[in-house]
Design a protein around this ligand. Structure first.
Ligand code: APR
Length: 254
């Protein structure tokens, strides 16, 4: 494992356009269970029933049961050492951007600046009829009161992207551009089964990027395109990787 970490660190230090793609796994050590592991959100709520935009239109009150749980988990969580390690790599000038499928704000709270929210954010609300945006603080979310638009009384939706919804145009455009120009990608804590997010490392690989993957278990990427697979919890593996990067970075400068 140490040899693999050192190899990954060398690639990171030499890179000119390193990006990260993160998924729910990076926030597990912050107490937010991922979606597809046992005990995850999709164990409790069948995504085909609760997480589609059609379901939200047809039965928003029922879908809000899941959203309340989602918000409760994310708003009480704090960034962990994995988020902090990625933020440190950005402040060292190594990571150019973190593309996250997470909706929990934890990268931003750890200090990452260039964060692309590919699947939106659970902490902002929007009215699908008039487009007015609201913060959670405007509503009685902890008491599980379904929030209504102040203009048209319609039930609000979090800006989270539901299945069947378009990825925000800007996030999609910027991520494609970054994937095409990346020379290395850190893929952290994602099962990489949901597209188009899962295409980001694939596009980068086609353009010659190194793929470094950190996950508890192998994924479809590991078998097909990953160059270095670092198995373990991201909250432990990422700080170790940053330490290796720092010692190489120091040598490079000296
Ligand atoms: N460290 C590293 N990896 C971990 C950890 C951890 N501590 N804990 C779990 N994992 C890994 C799991 O092994 C799994 O491969 O993280 C991955 C989480 O996968 P998913 O639950 O499928 O989450 P994600 O890939 O982010 O899902 C993508 O699917 O349902 C939609 O919109 C939702 O953004 C989400 C998208």
């Amino acid at each position: 494992m140490n040899a693999l970490i050192e190899k990954a660190a060398e690639i990171i230090v030499k890179s000119k356009n390193l990006i990260a793609l993160t998924g729910a796994g990076i926030s597990v050590e912050s107490g937010i269970p991922d979606f597809r592991s046992a005990g995850g959100l999709w164990d409790k709520y069948d995504p085909s029933i609760y997480a589609t935009i059609e379901a939200f239109h047809k039965m928003p009150g029922k879908v809000w049961e899941m959203i309340f749980d989602m918000i409760e988990l994310t708003s009480s969580a704090k960034p962990n050492s994995g988020h902090e390690a990625l933020s440190e790599l950005e402040s060292m000038g190594l990571i150019k951007s973190v593309i996250t499928q997470n909706i929990d704000n934890l990268h931003q709270r750890a200090g990452s600046i260039n964060v692309i929210e590919f699947h939106g954010n659970a902490l902002r609300l929007i009215c699908l009829r008039c487009g007015t945006g609201y913060g959670l603080e405007d509503y009685r979310i902890p008491e599980r009161v379904v929030p209504l638009c102040r203009n048209c009384q319609r039930i609000l939706k979090p800006t989270v992207i539901f299945f069947g919804e378009m990825i925000p145009q800007r996030a999609l455009f910027e991520s494609n551009f970054l994937a095409e120009s990346a020379d290395a990608v850190l893929v952290v804590g994602t099962s990489a089964v949901v597209y188009p997010a899962a295409a980001i490392p694939e596009v980068a690989k086609q353009n010659g990027a190194f793929i470094i993957e950190i996950n508890l278990e192998e994924t479809g990427l590991s078998e097909n395109i990953t160059d270095i697979f670092l198995q373990g919890e991201s909250g432990k593996v990422l700080p170790g990787l940053v330490n290796s990067v720092k010692s190489l970075h120091g040598k490079g400068k000296g």
